[in-house]
Design a protein around this ligand. Structure first.
Ligand SMILES: C[S@@+](CC[C@H](N)C(=O)[O-])C[C@H]1O[C@@H](n2cnc3c(N)ncnc32)[C@H](O)[C@@H]1O
Length: 399
């Protein structure tokens, strides 16, 4: 069978970069900026073409990628025997030696194949049987840090086998040792900052910061710190074609672009212990000189009035009564109207009651997922002075 990726690491090949729903366009822009070609967004991801150096670079530098996989082969299978036989026919020795460890995950969208664990098991058997018949030995399975992590995607009878280059999902940056009850994934936090249009020269306030993730991700972006800077490894480092010298060159070049300039980022939370956790995380991420952590109620904050961006990830309401949610979001709306004139405020919430209670009309509504929770990320433009009476209905403050 013809492999799409010949593993020689010469020349360009196709990669699929996955992300959270709602961040596809942001990721596409990022990949373009990093030098990607033939960029095509799809649901929860972007397809891109580049060489092996580009693969290393996006694993290290992308803020909004979850993982980067290489589609290596596509075939049709109408039953489990065809599936097994086709996998066994693949020239696996070109990638894997018998001493390498493997892991297989499957995602199915098919009436023919309905049990993902069974499909993964069958694929593992086919690979192991091929090796055993040829060498008398077999590769082991490692579910923690395998050398070869394969993602099998089945749509109807079309099977695509992908090689995962990242290993642990890229949101596992490694700087967050202290988390609170509802920590946000780092990739989502980075996406929210980028969607907000915030730029490094303006003030950013995370008014309900929890573990400090949004503020830390903003600081990484502002000072060109590659999000992969803290990670000890990526799976591609275990591959036989790993070019350590090339990776080091890319790493050094990215590190040399880190800025150490002042940025005004404030991370605030009402809970003292939570703020301590945020401080630990900013130290781990080496951005404690850029992010100022404070411990107040959001309703007591006195912003500079020069304007800026405020991002809020308030409690959603899984643990709060509807009345409490309505009260909290009504107060947030009032506070924004009163004290955050000239700011753009962004609120992420999964609660429709919360959205209605804010009492401001959003100028943008973005559908996004926080884990399995469907959310809206809402933008409120809070004009001060004469602009308050703007005729633009999208930006007028509701009475
Ligand atoms: C959903 S969590 C934020 C999670 C955060 N984005 C993260 O990545 O960890 C909501 C946070 O709002 C804080 N909070 C609730 N009411 C607040 C208030 N009035 N002022 C400031 N923070 C508040 C809670 O202490 C909690 O840490």
């Amino acid at each position: 069978m013809n492999l799409k990726y010949d593993y020689s690491h010469k020349g360009d090949f196709e990669m699929k970069v996955t992300t959270f729903f709602g961040l596809e366009e942001i990721l596409a822009k990022e990949l373009l900026h990093l030098g990607g070609k033939e960029i095509t967004p799809f649901k929860r991801g972007v397809s891109v073409v580049g060489d092996i150096g580009f693969l290393y670079k996006i694993n290290l530098c992308s803020h909004t990628a979850l993982k980067i996989v290489i589609p290596i082969i596509k075939f049709n299978a109408n039953n489990e025997n065809e599936f097994y036989d086709n996998i066994k026919k693949i020239d696996w020795e070109r990638f894997i030696s018998v001493t390498d460890s493997i892991m297989i995950e499957s995602v199915l969208n098919s009436d023919l194949f309905t049990h993902s664990l069974f499909v993964s098991q069958k694929a593992k058997d086919a690979i192991v049987d091929r090796f055993r018949e040829r060498t008398g030995k077999r590769p082991d399975v490692d579910l923690i840090f395998p050398a070869f992590k394969l993602y099998i995607h089945v749509f109807k009878n079309e099977v695509t086998i992908n090689l995962d280059s990242s290993g642990d999902p890229l949101y596992k940056r490694g700087y967050r040792s202290d988390i609170n009850d509802a920590p946000m994934k780092e990739v989502l936090a980075a996406g929210l900052v980028k969607l907000s249009g915030w730029e490094r020269h303006i003030e950013l306030i995370d008014g309900m910061c929890g573990a400090g993730t949004i503020a830390i991700e903003a600081a990484l972006w502002a000072n060109n710190i590659p999000p992969g800077y803290y990670r000890p490894n990526f799976t591609f480092m275990k591959w036989h074609n790993y070019d350590e010298k090339l990776f080091e060159t890319i790493y050094e070049s990215c590190i040399s672009k880190i800025k150490n300039e002042p940025v005004n980022i404030i991370a605030n939370d009402i809970d003292e212990l939570t703020v301590k956790k945020a401080i630990t995380n900013t130290k781990n991420a080496k951005v404690d000189d850029v992010v100022t952590c404070v411990n107040h109620s959001f309703f007591d904050l006195n912003p500079s009035r020069k304007g800026g961006v405020v991002i809020l990830n308030p409690p959603y309401g899984e643990r709060l009564e509807v009345q409490e949610i309505e009260k909290l979001y009504k107060e947030i709306g009032n506070k924004l109207k009163k004290d955050f004139q000239n700011y753009n405020a962004w609120i992420i919430t999964s609660s429709p009651e919360a959205i209605k209670s804010i009492g401001l009309r959003p100028s943008r509504k973005i559908q996004i997922y926080n884990g399995s929770l469907e959310c809206r990320y809402l933008k409120f433009e809070l004009y001060g002075g004469s602009k308050k009476a703007s005729k633009n209905p999208d930006t007028m403050v509701k009475k």
